[in-house]
Design a protein around this ligand. Structure first.
Ligand SMILES: C[S@@+](CC[C@H](N)C(=O)[O-])C[C@H]1O[C@@H](n2cnc3c(N)ncnc32)[C@H](O)[C@@H]1O
Length: 221
């Protein structure tokens, strides 16, 4: 009796979160934090300790799952705010049976600023963030001074911040913020990253891609 009430309550909670259409193994791909203020515990999320890479605004999880397959010794966390895309990630990760990929449904700058322990992340990927092209919307862009300081704090020494966009005006803003803060070095290393879903669309449409690899170089004063 108590068990069936608990099961009904769980189903209602799943419905409220919009996850009921997923199978149990797909639901398990989403990490739902117990607290919105406590630091994420990566060893619990992935059931092992390994370098962590985070894909901010991971979309449908194409890049996340490709990276997780190519780098089995690393753990990959996607952060995405849209429910439908989180579901796509859950399905992809479960279908590929990847133990080193998980997704968090959250606003990414909140998660980076408030939930990531200092010096805990090996690499961040910010790939094709929403460009907010109208001037009056520029303040909604993810990449700003505060965000860059939060990324810096969460990275390990020498950690990598990988940024790509098709949007030239946004890219110029990104370069300006990096130059003004001067806590990252632009890395010359070659990386053959898998392409993302949006990247595939943009390159198919003939757009060129701006990409930066940044290395954390100095402590924040
Ligand atoms: C243009 S899409 C790029 C998706 C993916 N990175 C790719 O390249 O295919 C931007 C993604 O970031 C997500 N997003 C935008 N702002 C976000 C935020 N503040 N927190 C979390 N996700 C966000 C959007 O929902 C969307 O999935």
């Amino acid at each position: 009796m108590v068990d069936s009430r608990a099961a009904r309550l769980e189903t209602r909670l799943l419905d409220m979160r919009g996850r009921a259409k997923l199978h149990k193994n797909e639901v398990a791909v989403e990490h739902v934090p117990k607290s919105l203020t406590g630091a994420l515990e990566f060893d619990r999320i992935f059931s092992r300790l390994a370098p962590v890479e985070i894909d901010l605004g991971c979309g449908d999880g194409t890049f996340l799952t490709a990276m997780a397959q190519e780098n089995p010794a690393h753990n990959f966390l996607g952060i995405e705010r849209l429910l439908g895309r989180v579901r796509s990630v859950c399905r992809k990760v479960a279908r590929l049976d990847l133990k080193n990929a998980r997704v968090l449904r959250m606003e990414s700058s909140y998660a980076v600023t408030n939930l990531l322990p200092a010096g805990s992340v090996t690499a961040f990927h910010l790939l094709f963030p929403d460009p907010w092209p109208k001037r009056r919307h520029h303040r909604r862009r993810a990449f700003n001074h505060e965000f860059l300081f939060s990324i810096h704090r969460a990275l390990i020494a020498g950690g990598l911040f990988h940024v790509a966009t098709d949007h030239t005006d946004y890219f110029q803003q990104i370069e300006k913020v990096i130059a003004e803060i001067d806590i990252f070095a632009i890395s010359r290393e070659q990386n053959n990253f898998p392409s993302t879903t949006f990247e595939q669309k943009f390159t198919a449409g003939g757009l060129s891609i701006h990409r930066l690899l940044l290395r954390k170089v100095s402590p924040v004063k």
